[in-house]
Design a protein around this ligand. Structure first.
Ligand code: XMP
Length: 334
């Protein structure tokens, strides 16, 4: 029967068997899933693990700093940060189709991991690596924090349709050069949180709300550009700040903030007419993200978010609330 401790023991044995004395990298986003996966692998094979944080330019405000502060400082894990903003934005230029965006993002993630693996072998990345040793023990494995629902919704479960390609499942290239280590593949989010607590992962990470790997790239409806990302980043930070200030973080599963970049509406701001973009707030409650309900956030909190976003973000003149459950709507808009 299921206990967090038994899962930890089982998975550590499996990881050791799969990895042997070879090197491993882990794509770390700072979210619950990748952090718990990294902590498990660290427990299993210690310094053979290097974590790779890809800054793809689709991150929310403050995200890179948070990974360092909350996870790396607490675990002492070896971390490589890859600055890949230009690479991702170039690859996404001109693309509006959601599945195409997801596939591109999945592919570019892998490219970054491949480059990081080469750098680790060459001794130019990864503080804890002795290059001569790395030659003998190349990076063969990639750890991902894939969960059971990611697999099911990407069409990997039996008899299920592809709802959307999670960046780390359906978005993987065919010529992948790593073997995947996915110790959370059979688990739901609440189980992953229990495993994280068992491993001593800081609570600030264990209780973080989910955030998708493709980041703000799938929260801009339309083409992803640097300017649009900046607009969305500010609006998202305001929404998060106010929801946290209202004490709602643990009541809400997550609250995607979405920029309808291809939609404009007329508004009046300051002393004139504007023709700006809407922001959608999508606060949901859920147990496992397979189903969800829209969250009844108090009107005064919504009002504050709306006022602040339209005052502080020049490009936005309208804030709307998504009142759709899942199904029929998915949690993210793409
Ligand atoms: P949907 O939109 O399918 O989302 O209802 C369910 C949960 O999964 C997250 N999500 C992702 N997470 N990579 C991820 O790591 C992805 O490609 C991805 N797509 C959606 C979403 O935020 C929600 O928690």
């Amino acid at each position: 029967d299921w206990t967090a401790a038994s899962i930890v023991d089982d998975q550590i044995a499996k990881i050791r068997e799969q990895v042997g004395d070879e090197r491993v990298i882990c794509g770390l986003s700072g979210g619950v899933d990748s952090s718990v996966a990294a902590a498990l692998v660290q427990r299993a094979v210690g310094d053979q693990l290097t974590c790779v944080f890809v800054d793809h330019g689709l991150l929310r405000a403050g995200e890179a700093e948070q990974v360092q502060k909350d996870f790396v400082d607490a675990t002492g894990v070896d971390l490589v940060v890859v600055d890949a903003e230009k690479q991702f934005l170039d690859a996404l230029a001109g693309v509006s189709d959601p599945e195409q965006k997801r596939k591109i993002i999945g592919r570019e993630f892998i490219r970054c991991f491949e480059q990081a693996a080469r750098d680790i072998v060459a001794g130019t990345a990864g503080a804890k690596n002795d290059p001569s040793d790395a030659e003998q023990h190349p990076v063969k494995h990639l750890v991902q924090g894939t969960l059971y629902p990611d697999v099911v919704e990407s069409g990997g479960g039996s008899g299920t349709a592809n709802i959307k390609s999670h960046h780390n499942v359906g978005g993987l290239p065919d010529d992948l050069q790593f073997t995947l280590v996915e110790p959370l593949r059979d688990l739901f989010k609440d189980e992953v949180r229990q495993v994280g607590l068992e491993l001593g992962v800081p609570e600030s990470i264990v209780w973080r709300q989910p955030f998708p790997g493709p980041g703000l790239g799938i929260r801009i409806i339309g083409e992803v550009t640097k300017e649009r990302l900046e607009t969305l980043r500010v609006a998202d930070a305001i929404a998060r700040e106010e929801l946290t200030a209202a004490g709602l973080d643990r009541d809400i599963w997550q609250c995607p903030v979405v920029l309808l970049a291809d939609v404009r509406s007329v508004g009046v701001q300051g002393d004139g007419r504007t023709y700006g973009h809407p922001i959608v707030l999508r606060p949901v409650t859920s147990e496992d993200a397979m189903t969800a309900d829209w969250s009844r956030v108090p009107y005064d909190v919504l009002s504050k978010i709306s006022t602040r976003i339209t005052n502080e973000v020049r490009e936005v003149n309208r804030v709307v609330l998504d009142v759709t459950s899942k199904p029929p709507g998915t949690i993210e808009w793409e």
